[in-house]
Design a protein around this ligand. Structure first.
Ligand code: F6P
Length: 361
């Protein structure tokens, strides 16, 4: 193995730089290998100046830094790239150009740090002969075959702190405070932060809720003397028989943008006579320095990805199973997105301690 490339695709997540740093150090220290950074996801293969050499000096000091030194592109799907042709916006397949770019660089491996979309593209490029290796990144923690993705722990900590802060103001003003959290169609952030932050109601995509049941919980608490309530709602949560709320519809480039369910919940609560406010935590969950857990996990993933490359383990993804780093076929990782299971210990525990998921009275 003489040359490897690294790219960071999709939305950013805390820990990307820690993976890059570990991969560069391992590649140079252990394999005496050259490393290239591909800028802005797969786009770097198409853009002038899109590829930069990465040496030890380039990764110095980046371990605690959020974001990605390589830039990310969450509209960088090689099979659907938007360009302007004859003054019109058209979508084209540039996967063959990317394959050519990889061959031109004579890469022996391409480490792809990404979520479901980026990893799917990596798997498809692997079918065209690209020596792709995936590293599971996303705050949503929704990648199959791995217990945890890097970025998730940091998002959880930020969400938990937000819930703690909402508690004090909720209590002072006797209000129902609603916190809308990210996660797309997976409720992991909301479930786990909701438990850690002592939410009274947790609404997640996997458990459709009834608005009346939220009010029942708020009323029950008020009757017992707690005149405030905390509601953690996942951006992908939806009422029974209803639909998810989007702030923008999708197209062939962009996935639809979830957002607005927190507002809908807060408005309903107010109509029922309880003062309510909504906070949308948004990209604060993705920005800033990674937690110690994410730094360590990201470092382990980065080094393991390079070791996997040296073994020729292409079209595979590094993963965490039973606390140990392993690797699985990329196909398996993207086959079934991970979701909160209703018999998960965390769901049962939350119910045991009196949390309402809005599905039962
Ligand atoms: O997948 C990560 C994530 O942060 C989701 O939780 C969220 O729905 C989405 O990305 C937001 O994407 P964007 O940064 O494009 O607004």
């Amino acid at each position: 193995m003489k040359k490897i490339g690294i790219l960071t695709g999709g939305g950013d997540a805390p820990g990307l730089n820690a993976v890059i740093r570990a991969a560069v150090k391992t590649a140079i220290n252990v394999y005496d290998c050259q490393v290239f950074g591909i800028k802005n996801g797969y786009d770097g293969f198409l853009d002038q100046d899109g590829i930069i050499p990465l040496g030890m000096a380039d990764v110095r000091g980046i371990l605690p830094r959020g974001g990605t030194i390589l830039g990310a592109a969450n509209r960088g799907n090689p099979y659907a790239r938007k360009i302007i042709r004859d003054g019109k916006e058209v979508t084209i397949d540039v996967s063959d150009e990317i394959v050519k770019g990889i061959k031109r660089l004579e890469l022996d491996a391409l480490l792809v740090l990404g979520g479901d979309g980026t990893l799917r593209s990596a798997h498809e490029l692997a079918q065209k002969g690209v020596p792709a290796i995936g590293v599971p990144k996303t705050i949503d923690n929704d990648i199959g075959g791995t217990e945890i993705t890097f970025g998730f722990d940091t998002a959880l900590n930020i969400a938990t702190e937000a819930l703690d802060r909402l508690h004090t103001t909720a209590e002072s003003h006797h209000r129902a405070m609603v916190l809308e959290l990210m996660g797309r169609d997976a409720g992991f952030i909301t479930l786990q932060a909701g438990i850690s932050g002592g939410a009274d109601v947790i609404l997640i995509p996997e458990i459709p809720f009834k608005f009346e049941n939220i009010i029942a919980k708020i009323r029950e608490r008020a009757d017992k003397g707690s005149k405030f309530s905390i509601i953690a709602v996942s951006e992908g949560a939806k009422p029974e028989g209803g639909t998810q709320v989007f702030s923008r519809i999708g197209d062939e480039i962009y996935v639809p943008r979830l957002g607005g369910i927190g507002q809908a919940v807060a408005e309903y609560i107010e109509k029922q006579g309880f003062e309510s406010r909504v906070t949308v935590l948004g990209h604060l969950q993705r920005g800033g320095t990674p937690t110690s857990f994410d730094r360590s996990l990201a470092t382990r993933y980065g080094a393991a990805a390079v070791r996997l490359a040296a073994r020729g383990g292409f079209d595979r993804m590094v993963a965490l199973q039973s606390g140990k780093i392993t690797d699985i076929p990329l196909e398996e990782a993207i086959a079934i997105p991970k979701r909160v299971q209703l018999d998960d210990d965390a769901v049962i525990t939350a119910r045991n301690i009196g949390v309402s998921f809005g599905d039962e009275e």
